[in-house]
Design a protein around this ligand. Sequence first.
Ligand SMILES: [Zn+2]
Ligand SMILES: [Zn+2]
Length: 276
Amino acid sequence: MTKSTFHTHSRFDDGQGELEDYIESALKKNFQVFGFSGHAPVDFESDWHVQNDCLDEYIDTTKYLKEKYANKIEIYTGLETDYYDGCTDWRKKKGIDYTIGAVHFLVDENSGQKLPIDGTLKEFEDTLGNGFNNDIHALFRAYFGQIRDMLMKITPNIVAHLDVIRKNNSNNAFFDEDDIIYRDEVLKTLEIISLTNTIVEINTGGISRGYVKTPYPSVWILEACRDMDIPIMLNSDSHHPDNIDFYFEETLVVLKSMGINKQRILYKNEWCDVSL
Ligand SMILES: [Zn+2]
Ligand SMILES: [Zn+2]
């Protein structure tokens, strides 16, 4: 197995620790490939994105680490990019090797308010109530519609935590994944993922932070990816150097039992399929 993660944060955004702390942890844990994916700067005030005037330092530091550790580990520089109306296209930014496209909030058309999708339980209740009159189907359509829009307009290399809207859905508090509208929205999105040749990440970050008990996306979605030949990638979305391979072993057992034996990653500067 080529041990890797391409989804990690640090003190440059909402994670803890220096970039180098993550590489030291990666070496201890026998990683061969490591990607940084700080939250790309946004054009509104935020305390969880890399600030615009720190972006160069972020990129330069990853470059320095690439050279310093060249004989020990492959390092790549990425960004987790938010998709919203008027967002920046970071794909061509100098020094950026890849992007992970994410929808973390939806913008209310009337008020212009940002409605968080992956926040706290209270925030999700407010989003559903204030933004969608408690119509969960409308929220499904808006969220997955936004992901599809992102895939078609600013196709990222990787799509982040595809079903993150179940973050606060323990015990089916808000919806049942068997809901036909839900399944339909997910499957329509997978069609676009397949057409745009995007990688679906398997994200264990919700588990390390105590929100969910299984990785994003759910097993039935992974089965659909497998059947549609959509490439996947195992990522930790870690916000602390100790969590860079959190729940990897358990997830690998599940993937292999499903007949998923390879992942697509950047390796020797090319996107290729490597065994899990
Ligand atoms: Zn994210
Ligand atoms: Zn992330």
